[in-house]
Design a protein around this ligand. Structure first.
Ligand SMILES: C[S@@+](CC[C@H](N)C(=O)[O-])C[C@H]1O[C@@H](n2cnc3c(N)ncnc32)[C@H](O)[C@@H]1O
Length: 389
C-alpha cells in the first residue's frame, strides 16, 4: 500500500502539544491537535516510526473512518462502506472494543457487535469467503468511539500501551507512567551535558527517561508492536525504522544523571530497570534522603515527583520536605527545579512562586508541574534533534 494513512497519536490530557511537537520532529507536517489526540497523515511507514519514537503518546491508532451516526443502521452501513480489506488480512483477528459519550447510540455492546458484523460482511464480500472468517492470523484491535454522535473507527497499531517500554522489571508504590516521565523531561530545557537529578527517584522512571532522551534512544526499541504482523506495512518499513533508531542513537553522549531515594529497595529496583533499559551504569543511583542533597555543580536540573502528602499521617512530613527542598535550592540559583505534585500549598512551602505552572494529570490525580528556571544562560535544546542532522 503506498497511499497515505491517517494516524492518531493518543495523548493524556495536557500533553497534546508535546505529543504534536514529537510528531512534527519526526518530519510529519500535516498535524492537527485535538482534545486527547494528535491526528496526522503520512505514509504507512509512519506506523513503525511513530511507535518506535513517540515518547509521550499513549498509543498510535490508524483511523479507518469518522462519520456521524445516530441510528444502528447508519452505523452499520457507514462502517461497511469503509475499505477494511486495505488493512485487515483475510485471516486477521479483529476484536471490537467501544466507548460512547453523549451520543444517541449509547449501548456500547450493541455498537461493538454492529461494527463487528459490518466489518465481517465487508471482508467476506471482498475476500470471497462464503462461510466464516478464520480469525487465526495477525491481531487488529478495532475501536468504535462515539462522541456527540460522531463515530471514530480506529485500529490500534501499538498493542500494549506505549508507556510499556519493556524496561520496568520492578516498581515502587506510585510509579510514574513512562510517557508522563518523558513529558516532564521534555518540558524542561535540559541539555544532556548538564547535571540532572531526581532526589525522589522511586523506581527510577524520570532518570531513565532522561537518559533515553539524552542519548536519543528510541523508547520503543526494546519491545514489539501489534502492527509488526500486518501485511500492508512492508517488512522493509519496519527494518528501516529499527535501523534508523540504531543510527540516531547517540551512545557516546556523556550523561550526568543521578537518581536517589530514601528507600534502598527502590534503588535496587531502579538500578535493575536501568540495566534492563540497556543503560548499564550510565545513571548514578544512591540511597539518600533528600535533605542530604547538595548540588556540587552549576546549571543543573532537578526534576522530580515527590510524595504528595495525600496519605493519612504523611502530610506534615511531606510539607517539611518541601520546605527543606526550597531552602537547599535557594543557595543554588543556577539550578532549574521542576516538581510535579498535587499539593496546592507547594509554592508557599517551597518559599517561592514558580516561574511557570502547568496542569497535568498523574493518572487520575490532578497535579501541577511547578517550574523554576535557573539563573544560568539557557541553551535551546530540541528533543530528537538528530532528525534535523
Ligand atoms: C511518588 S514516589 C516517586 C515515584 C517515581 N517517580 C517512580 O516512577 O517510581 C516518591 C518517592 O519519594 C521517596 N521518598 C519519600 N521521602 C523521602 C525523603 N525524605 N528523601 C528521599 N526520598 C524520599 C519514596 O521512597 C518514593 O519512592
Amino acid at each position: 500500500m503506498t497511499q497515505k494513512v491517517t494516524l492518531i497519536a493518543t495523548a493524556a490530557m495536557g500533553l497534546e502539544a508535546i505529543v504534536a511537537r514529537e510528531v512534527k520532529a519526526l518530519g510529519y507536517e500535516d498535524v492537527q491537535v485535538e482534545n486527547g489526540r494528535v491526528v496526522f497523515t503520512a505514509e504507512p511507514s509512519a506506523i513503525p516510526r511513530a511507535n518506535l519514537w513517540l515518547r509521550t503518546a499513549d498509543r498510535v491508532k490508524l483511523l479507518a473512518g469518522r462519520f456521524k451516526a445516530t441510528t444502528f443502521d447508519e452505523l452499520f452501513e457507514k462502517t461497511k462502506a469503509l475499505p477494511w480489506e486495505d488493512f485487515i488480512a483475510e485471516d486477521g483477528e479483529f476484536p471490537v472494543v467501544g466507548k460512547s459519550v453523549k451520543s444517541k447510540l449509547y449501548s456500547v455492546p450493541d455498537c461493538q457487535s454492529i461494527v463487528k458484523k459490518a466489518i465481517v460482511e465487508r471482508l467476506k464480500q471482498k475476500y470471497g469467503v462464503a462461510s466464516w472468517l478464520k480469525e487465526s492470523g495477525a491481531f487488529y484491535r478495532v475501536e468504535i468511539a462515539l462522541h456527540k454522535d460522531e463515530a471514530l473507527l480506529t485500529i490500534d497499531t501499538s498493542g500494549s500501551g506505549l508507556h510499556k517500554r519493556g524496561y520496568r522489571v520492578g516498581q515502587g508504590e506510585a510509579p510514574l507512567k513512562e510517557t508522563l516521565a518523558a513529558a516532564l523531561v521534555q518540558i524542561t530545557n535540559w541539555h544532556p551535558d548538564q547535571p540532572f537529578v531526581d532526589p525522589f527517584c522511586g523506581s527510577g522512571t524520570i532518570a531513565i527517561e532522561a537518559a533515553l532522551i539524552g542519548q536519543n534512544i528510541a523508547p520503543g526499541f526494546n519491545r514489539e508492536f501489534a502492527s509488526e504482523e500486518w501485511g500492508f506495512i512492508s517488512q522493509k518499513a519496519w527494518d528501516d525504522a529499527f535501523q534508523e533508531a540504531e543510527d540516531f542513537a547517540n551512545y557516546d553522549q556523556p550523561l550526568n544523571i543521578t537518581g536517589s531515594d530514601i528507600n534502598p529497595d527502590l534503588i535496587t529496583i531502579a538500578k535493575n530497570n536501568a540495566m534492563e533499559a540497556g543503560l548499564g551504569g550510565l545513571i548514578s543511583w544512591k540511597q539518600m534522603q533528600m535533605s542530604d542533597f547538595k548540588p556540587k555543580q552549576d546549571n543543573g536540573y532537578l526534576v522530580s515527583n515527590p510524595p504528595y502528602g495525600e496519605r493519612m499521617g504523611e502530610r506534615e512530613e511531606v510539607e517539611q520536605m518541601y520546605r527543606d527542598l526550597g531552602s537547599i535550592m535557594r543557595d543554588h540559583p543556577s539550578w532549574s527545579v521542576y516538581i510535579l505534585t498535587s499539593h496546592e500549598g507547594f509554592e508557599s512551602l517551597y518559599g517561592k512562586s514558580a516561574t511557570k505552572k502547568r496542569k497535568l494529570f498523574n493518572g487520575f490525580i490532578k497535579t501541577d508541574y511547578y517550574q523554576y528556571f535557573g539563573k544560568s544562560k539557557k541553551t535551546k535544546f530540541s528533543n530528537n534533534k538528530s532528525f534535523s542532522k
